[in-house]
Design a protein around this ligand. Structure first.
Ligand code: NAP
Length: 251
């Protein structure tokens, strides 16, 4: 059993992160609900508490080292040593390469990759001390390449190399690291993509579902279920893997 059942989920104010935070609370973890603005975490925290769980809202920009250190310390002080970390916070700044600004590139790389690095570096202190830990990083099917997402696909492919390296370095401390690469999941992020290409979201989802072997788009709970397994005790021999949760195989 995990010595301290405390989890941190980043980007947990909404979407996949919120579903993961709720699921881990159901699984018996006290959850540090981290997002850019503390107030935006309140709905997730309230839902967890209403279901009888324990959660703490923490405002932190995952790409800012000081805010990350302060946020992880707060969780450790108020909930206990965090042994589970889900690096989920993410942003899109889609554009074709010739129109992509340096800011588009830096923002995406900073939130996804630098954010996962800073959070993992901070949380591993507790995990190695406890001799038990689980890190789950959100990659994406876009890691395999996607038009208009040079920044995002580079970040999500980077997440996979980062995950494998964490698995190698931290394994001897009882810490596993795995990545989940979702396909199309119905959230504000995919709604924003539909809006950007000028399509009605329902039509956009129908089009996506037609190309997915199980003939539906994913829900945040599909990802939460996979996270729940990867952070469990029984998943202790699964490490350094990338699991595509996309309703079908990926190339
Ligand atoms: P979402 O609905 O846009 O939620 C992302 C959350 O991350 C938001 O609450 C956002 O806060 C927060 N966030 C952004 N920058 C942050 C920062 N610097 N520090 C802390 N929090 C920050 O996205 P989602 O669809 O749930 O996606 C979650 C993760 O899954 C992302 O890593 C995404 O790349 C990945 N993913 C999603 C899909 C999909 O189809 N939806 C597919 C593959 C992978 P604000 O609201 O304040 O910006």
């Amino acid at each position: 059993m995990a010595p301290s059942r405390v989890a941190i989920v980043t980007g947990a104010a909404r979407g996949i992160g919120a579903a993961v935070a709720k699921r881990l609370a159901q699984d018996g973890f006290a959850v540090g609900v981290v997002d850019l603005v503390e107030d935006n975490c309140k709905d997730t925290v309230a839902a967890i508490q209403a279901a009888g769980g324990t959660a703490l809202a923490v405002g932190a920009d995952v790409s800012n080292a000081e805010q990350v250190a302060a946020g992880v310390s707060r969780v450790a002080e108020e909930l206990g040593a965090p042994t589970v970390l889900v690096n989920n916070a993410g942003v899109l700044r889609d554009n074709l390469l010739f129109k992509m600004s340096e800011d588009d590139w830096d923002t995406v790389l900073n939130v996804h990759l630098r954010g996962a690095f800073l959070m993992s570096r901070e949380v591993q202190k507790h995990q190695t001390e406890q001799k038990w830990g689980r890190i789950v990083n959100l990659s994406s099917t876009s890691a395999l390449g996607n038009r208009g997402q040079a920044n995002y696909s580079a970040a999500k492919a980077g997440m996979q190399g980062f995950t494998k390296t964490l698995a190698i370095e931290l394994g001897k401390f009882g810490v596993t690291a795995n990545a989940i690469a979702p396909g199309f999941i119905e959230t504000d992020m995919t709604a924003a993509t539909a809006a950007r290409v000028g399509m009605d979201f329902e039509r956009f989802k129908e089009g996506a579902a037609a190309a997915i072997p199980v003939r539906r788009v994913g829900q945040p709970e599909d990802i939460a279920a996979c996270v729940s397994y990867l952070v469990s005790d029984e998943a202790g021999f699964v490490s350094g893997q990338v699991i595509y949760v996309a309703g079908g195989p990926q190339d």
